[in-house]
Design a protein around this ligand. Structure first.
Ligand code: HEC
Length: 203
């Protein structure tokens, strides 16, 4: 250490102790410390009942809960656009397909490794569930499935449920859903084995 640096360090040390004084020992409570002042013996005060953390207030609207009163909503409370479905597909593949499988059959890779197999989305009971129920399962979990409220923001939950409903429809779509002028295309694609961008998938 050079002589100048040594002097500087010494000066700083002196200045440092000068500032410590009593501010260091001021009377104050620290979290989790004991206190004789309060009857429960804790310095930390419990939250007032119903306290909501800043920025997390959620009114009981259909958008926030998937419910209208006590009933699940039957319509998605955001505009269903191609972008929303595209977003839903991406988020579904990240958060849900590991268990539910990319088509919602309940055969995701985690299930193949031994996790409880979820019901296929394509059973009548789940096809007939109001859309708000699907939102509720993501928000609050269901049985062995944990909730995804912390990982998936509300807007994205709606995108996912819109996509899940799309998956459900895709398995039961009648040919008449295809516009008449495009049915020939469908026939042709069926004959060639239905090549599309998802064709690399394993089923
Ligand atoms: C870690 C695996 C796992 C992931 C990831 C997962 N789920 Fe599930 N899910 C399950 C299991 C297991 C069940 C069945 C739970 C039971 O019956 O106890 C289930 C059940 C469901 C059900 C049916 C509830 C019913 O009434 O039968 C829906 C709908 C659902 N999940 C949607 C989703 C959506 C949407 C996502 C993505 C946001 C998701 N799940 C992510 C494992 C998972």
């Amino acid at each position: 250490m050079s002589a100048r640096l040594a002097v500087l360090v010494a000066l700083l040390a002196v200045a440092g102790t000068g500032c410590r004084q009593d501010m260091h020992d001021q009377p104050k409570y620290k979290p989790y410390r004991q206190s004789e002042f309060f009857a429960d013996g804790r310095a930390m005060r419990p939250f007032v009942a119903g306290t909501v953390a800043r920025g997390t207030l959620r009114d009981a609207t259909p958008f926030n809960t998937g419910k209208s009163g006590d009933d699940f909503v039957t319509e998605i409370p955001v505009a269903v656009t191609a972008e929303l479905l595209e977003r839903g597909r991406g988020e579904f593949q990240v958060f849900c397909s590991p268990c539910h499988g990319r088509t919602g059959m309940g055969d995701g890779v985690i299930v193949q490794r031994g996790f409880k197999r979820p019901t296929s989305y394509h059973v009548d009971r789940l096809r007939q569930m109001p859309i708000g129920y699907l939102f509720d399962v993501i928000t609050n979990g269901y049985g062995a499935m944990a909730d995804y409220a912390a990982q998936v923001p509300i807007e994205d939950r709606w995108a996912i449920v819109a996509y899940v409903r799309t998956l459900q429809l895709s398995q039961y779509a009648p040919e008449t859903d295809v516009p008449a002028d495009r049915r020939a295309e469908l026939e042709a694609s069926l004959q060639t084995g239905g090549e599309d961008e998802e064709s690399g998938e394993h089923h």
